[in-house]
Design a protein around this ligand. Structure first.
Ligand code: SF4
Length: 360
């Protein structure tokens, strides 16, 4: 999405940590870093009868790192990234009307870097809750509860509690959930329970000393607050130790891999670095259906790639919305749910070709 006013809600299944300076040598003192506990623990629990299934062990193996395996970053990085972004975003910020803010979320960026006509069509729509978006919100709330739940969490109990808490909250989903028929509610509950159960099956139990945080909000205000980068990470584990990276950012997905998933996390890594100065150590997308973890180590090059994508995305948003540039059609997976599908020849052709390929 772009200009403030519209919602930044995650439609799929898809907030801070203290970073106190270490009082001991961060390389040798494992207690200074919660994620350092993951690696040796993973090894210990690989033993038969350790209680973890192979998928859970795989997650531990990937997410864990000993202190000497974690990179240290230059303290100037945060300021350099901000200066670079502000200089390159300035021409776009200058085109934003005085009473508006250019709000860039992962959805806005992935959308505008995809099919620009689809981006504009979605922007023109008023947000309305749907079974899919409501299910994602309930499942997210259930996971949030699960991380802090005492005792053995049961998916159905977590979802019921999440449902009740959201209805009682000021969240805009409250009237939607409260107005569901019994059948709609049962259907939503079924989908949300499935997702929570998949998470509990695939992830090792999250211990509080790993500092797990769900729905972690990230935000960076740039160009004298004319441009805002923002979003929420599904799950974070660990924390930095001074300049030494330690946090892992995780997105949980149903369905399969898409390159935009990697870009989403790079975007969050950039905001996190602008926020606290020390980048996250690892970015990971977990695909619940397949029990598969895609991950990437954060480097300065990864962050620079994210800067480039933000600058280009901001330029495209401003050109499309304020300079009435002709949008570029880029057929692809979004054609499946695009509001322009019935009239878009390129999109229909892409869908037909996909249907043939998938039929084969
Ligand atoms: S149907 Fe596909 S190509 Fe056409 S506007 Fe929508 S996303 Fe773009």
């Amino acid at each position: 999405m772009a200009l403030r006013g519209a919602s930044d809600l995650d439609a799929g299944f898809d907030d801070h940590e203290d970073d106190a300076a270490p009082t001991t040598d961060p390389v040798t003192d494992r207690s200074a870093d919660p994620t350092a506990e993951l690696a040796p623990r993973a090894a210990a629990e690989l033993s038969p009868g350790g209680g973890l299934n192979p998928a859970q062990r795989d997650v531990l193996t990937v997410l864990g790192a000993r202190p000497h395996e974690r990179p240290e970053f230059d303290p100037r990085l945060r300021h350099e990234l901000r200066a670079d972004l502000e200089e390159r975003l300035a021409p776009s910020a200058a085109l934003v009307p005085d009473d508006k803010v250019l709000w860039l979320s992962k959805h806005a960026l992935s959308s505008v870097h995809g099919c620009e006509s689809h981006y504009l069509a979605r922007e023109a729509e008023d947000f309305a809750w749907s079974p899919t978006t409501a299910r994602g919100t309930v499942a997210h709330k259930a996971l949030e509860l699960c991380v802090h739940w005492r005792g053995e969490p049961v998916p159905g109990d977590l979802v019921d509690e999440a449902f009740a808490r959201l209805i009682a909250s000021t969240n805009s989903v409250s009237p939607y959930l409260g107005g569901m028929t019994e059948g709609e509610r049962a259907d939503l509950r079924s989908g949300a329970v499935e997702r929570v159960a998949m998470f509990l099956e695939c992830f090792p139990p999250l211990e509080s000393r790993w500092r797990p945080v769900t729905e972690s909000r990230l935000r960076a205000d740039l160009c004298q607050d004319k441009v805002v980068l923002g979003g929420k990470v599904d799950l974070t584990v660990g924390r930095p130790d001074g300049l030494r990276a330690g946090k892992v950012l995780l997105d949980l997905k149903t369905g399969g891999f898409a390159p935009a998933h990697r870009d989403d996390l790079r975007f969050y890594a950039l905001i996190e670095t602008l926020r606290i100065g020390t980048p996250p150590r690892l970015l990971a997308t977990y695909y619940l259906d397949g029990g598969r973890l895609q991950h990437e180590t954060v480097t300065e090059d990864v962050l620079q790639t994210a800067v480039e994508r933000v600058v280009q995305g901001a330029r495209a948003v401003v050109e499309l919305r304020h300079e009435e540039r002709t949008p570029v059609l880029r057929p692809g997976p979004p054609c499946r749910w695009c509001p322009l599908q019935s009239t878009c020849v390129d999109g229909q052709r892409w869908l037909e070709e996909r249907a043939e390929l998938e039929g084969w």
